[in-house]
Design a protein around this ligand. Structure first.
Ligand code: CUA
Length: 363
């Protein structure tokens, strides 16, 4: 019996040692890795800061518990290890003091975690500030639409925000449930289809309000399974100074006209008489479709197809020619293959190239 217990203790000790070594190695490797644009532990807003503060507090509590448990375990393993001539330690069965201690201590820790948790819940549910910039976020399978009602600007997949000013996002979906998630800006929030409401009432939508403290480019993606291309529903958030944001908004309302006779200008003509205009809008032109993403200043975006492809002329040609090869299930038809119930656009390879050149010039 004693031999069996000793063998068990030795096995446990080996397992714990290996486990600790493995954890240290994993942590070390994680620390050596590259940068993580979607890390949740680099908060850049007040909202993400509240969540991060809570996370840090819980993290240190778990570290404290780990230290106490491993400390006691190590002490017991060393103190009562097998030694020649060692006597069997005193056997304890039922210890009132110990039992009260290990019931009360965890209960106290749970209470100490509950207090900051409740505080964080209230802090993250605050109403937006009165000077907050209102933005409508609309989830689509599989792209993001951003509308700025007070600026008269509509864009897609690349959200622009001014640094230091509160923003008030109202989130809704045009089809199924999505989830807006830009980890460095805040927690996930569901993007639900707008329910039908009686006349005179406005439907309740989910909101997200925060102030970004550092300029930069933040990456995010849909965080709720929403169909075949859920993983390809990404976005970028460009946070810039108030001046840069104002000039971006102004540019979004002005038309870009390619020089007459250039390939870009030929692309503009082809685009204007193609079926593309039935779904896409470009500010200041006759293209005013509202089914697909707005293409105003699309050439200035760093990615196309909702963050899936780098924004290059070759990738635009690929996307225009065969969107389904990039994003399975996308509504957009290709040049020779239909999509989303729409017939093919029928653009020749030369036409597709010219349209891509035109779109690239919109910056
Ligand atoms: Cu939209 Cu997942």
């Amino acid at each position: 019996m004693q031999e069996t217990i000793h063998r068990l203790v030795r096995t446990c000790r080996d397992v714990i040692c290996r486990g600790l070594a493995g954890s240290v190695l994993a942590l070390g490797l994680a620390a050596c890795g590259g940068d993580y644009p979607q890390s949740t532990i680099g908060p850049a807003t007040d909202l993400a800061g509240h969540i991060h503060d809570l996370y840090v507090q819980v993290f240190w509590w778990t570290m404290f518990i780990l230290a106490v448990v491993s400390g006691v375990l190590t002490y017991v393993l060393v103190r009562y290890r097998e030694r020649p001539g060692a006597e069997t330690p005193r056997q304890t069965r039922g210890h009132l003091g110990l039992e009260i201690a290990w019931t009360v201590a965890p209960a106290v820790i749970v209470v100490l975690i509950t207090i900051p948790t409740i505080r964080a819940v209230f802090r993250t549910q605050q109403p937006p500030a009165s000077d907050a910039l209102a933005i409508e976020v609309i989830g689509h399978q599989w792209w993001w639409e951003f509308r700025y009602p007070e600026l008269g600007v509509v864009t897609a997949n690349e959200l622009h925000l001014p640094v230091g000013r509160p923003v008030d996002l109202s989130l809704r979906s045009a089809d199924v449930i999505h989830s807006f998630w830009v980890p460095r800006l805040g927690g996930k929030r569901d993007v639900n289809p707008s329910p039908r409401v009686p006349e005179g009432r406005t439907p309740k939508v989910n909101r997200l309000t925060f102030t970004v403290s550092e300029p930069g480019v933040y990456h995010g993606q849909c965080a709720e399974f929403c169909g075949a291309s859920h993983a390809l529903m990404r976005m970028q958030v460009v946070v810039e100074s108030a001046e840069a944001f104002a000039s971006w908004a102004e540019a979004m309302k002005t038309r870009v006209t390619p020089t007459a006779g250039t390939p870009e200008d030929r692309g503009r003509e082809i685009f204007a008489r193609s079926p593309c205009v039935a779904c896409h809008a470009i500010a200041g032109t006759t293209a005013q479709g509202a089914v697909g993403p707005s293409l105003t200043r699309v050439g200035a975006r760093s990615a196309i197809a909702a963050g899936v492809l780098e924004n290059t002329t070759e990738n635009l040609v690929r996307w225009i020619t065969d969107p389904a090869s990039v994003k399975p299930g996308a509504l957009m038809p290709g040049t020779a293959v239909g999509g989303g119930g729409f017939p093919p656009t029928g653009l020749s390879p030369e036409d597709a190239g010219a349209v891509a050149a035109y779109l690239r010039s919109l910056r």
